[in-house]
Design a binder for this molecule. Structure first.
Ligand code: SF4
Length: 275
């Protein structure tokens, strides 16, 4: 069986940057998981004593708080600063951008619509910047029966599929005087998505590696499924069942933007030994 990695996979610029920031700030704590990969977080804890706190209120004056890659809510950031917590911002610049757009458009009188997952920290953060509130939708159905202003600003979660975003934009455009569609989908996501699309067309089994709570890994897995029905989303080699490879000729592999190389390598080694 041929085992091949997608042309683009794994760590993106924002995650690499956040990990570097964490490694440079030993003994600090991140507010919420820095990235969506528990194993990498455990490594930062073991090797760099970077802790994890789930409640921003537990930070005290003088503590060092690393703001995770997906950003935090505006109010929480303000509270940390008021308390004189030493804030180190590891928010990915591609997430800061939609936060700024949400604030600017909301203040300019636009209804802000965010295409994404309401429960995801990135979206909670972006939404908090819309001074006059924002509506979070997962598809155009969520827009039926909703009253919006004549002017609408549309923002996407960085990890969303373009095709799905266009569907929401197409619903809004004929119904409003002005619709400003911001391309806030991240390039790193595009590249990994394109590459997984390409390889899953050739593969008869696909392995997608990444945290079960990682949104971009779930998107990669969904694309892989579109083209290759035997696609498996795993966190590491322990999740693999060698039976998946029985009678297969081509195994394609991709990994989410918060999956470290050492996990990917372990998976490749395992498949090489067990197919
Ligand atoms: S996927 Fe894109 S937006 Fe998300 S952390 Fe990586 S570079 Fe930033």
């Amino acid at each position: 069986m041929i085992i091949q990695l997608a042309e683009s996979y794994g760590f993106c610029f924002g995650v690499k940057r956040a990990i570097k920031i964490a490694e440079e700030n030993k003994n600090a704590s991140t507010y919420g998981p820095l990235i969506h990969n528990n194993k990498e977080i455990a490594r930062l804890e073991d090797d760099y004593k970077v802790g994890l706190t789930d409640d921003h209120k537990s930070f005290q004056e003088g503590d060092k708080a690393i703001v995770r890659t997906h950003g935090i809510q505006k109010q929480e950031l303000a509270e940390l600063k008021e308390k004189n917590v030493n804030v180190v911002d590891a928010t990915c610049p591609y997430v800061t951008k939609p936060q700024e757009i949400a604030q600017e458009m909301s203040e300019a009188g636009y209804s802000v619509v965010i295409f994404g997952d309401e429960a995801h920290p990135e979206i909670k953060g972006v939404k908090s910047y819309a001074t006059n509130g924002a509506l979070v939708v997962t598809c155009s159905n969520d827009l039926e029966d909703v009253k919006l202003h004549e002017k609408v600003a549309l923002i996407a979660q960085t990890t969303r599929k373009v095709e799905d975003y266009l569907e929401v934009a197409s619903y809004l455009i004929p119904r409003h005087k002005e619709v400003r569609v911001f391309n806030t989908i991240c390039n790193a996501t595009f590249e990994n998505q394109e590459a997984v699309r390409k390889i899953s067309k050739q593969a008869d089994v696909m392995i997608i590696i990444g945290g079960k709570n990682s949104s971009n890994t779930k998107q990669l897995s969904s694309i892989a499924h579109d083209y290759c029905k035997d696609s498996h989303h795993i966190e590491d080699e322990k999740d693999i069942d060698p039976i998946w490879f029985k009678g297969k000729k081509f195994c394609g592999i991709s990994a989410g933007a918060s999956t470290p190389d050492w996990i990917i390598q372990n998976v490749v080694d395992f498949i090489e030994k067990n197919h």
